[in-house]
Design a protein around this ligand. Structure first.
Ligand code: 5GP
Ligand code: ZN
Length: 115
């Protein structure tokens, strides 16, 4: 989708600090980090959000995203102390970019409940 900012990052049309990539998923630093480490992991293929990750194809791409999120956490040195992975879904979930993404947040203690 040429009007989708994350599709344009995945294709290299818009610059981003890419930290990891597989054929199915791309990980890059968030422009407005909310923690010392804040990386977004997206499927290379466009999906609007978590609600669209249905069926065999959706499950496969969701697994590719979560698996790359784990790899990113490891390579960023977050695995021992722990970290948070968040999918904001829809308006009430706080989603602002409608291309599925996992936030990988770490490097500080997270609070609960979320705001
Ligand atoms: P959401 O609110 O949809 O869960 O998260 C969207 C995230 O994308 C936000 O944390 C925001 O800072 C980040 N973001 C929005 N536009 C860009 C961009 O052009 N480049 C990067 N690297 N991050 C972006
Ligand atoms: Zn997209």
């Amino acid at each position: 989708m040429s009007d989708c900012i994350f599709c344009r990052i995945a294709s290299g049309e818009i610059p981003a600090t890419i930290v990891a990539r597989t054929p199915e998923a791309v990980a890059f630093r968030d422009l407005n980090p909310q923690a010392p480490v804040h990386v977004l992991v997206i499927p290379a293929k466009h999906y609007g959000g978590l609600d669209d990750m249905v069926g065999e194809e959706g499950a496969k791409h969701l697994a590719a995203v979560t698996s790359l999120a784990v790899q990113v956490a490891r390579q960023e040195g977050l695995s021992d102390d722990g970290y948070r992975v968040v999918f904001n879904s829809g308006a009430n979930g706080g989603q602002s970019v409608y291309h599925l993404h996992a936030h990988v947040l770490g490097g500080r203690k997270m609070s609960w409940p979320p705001g």
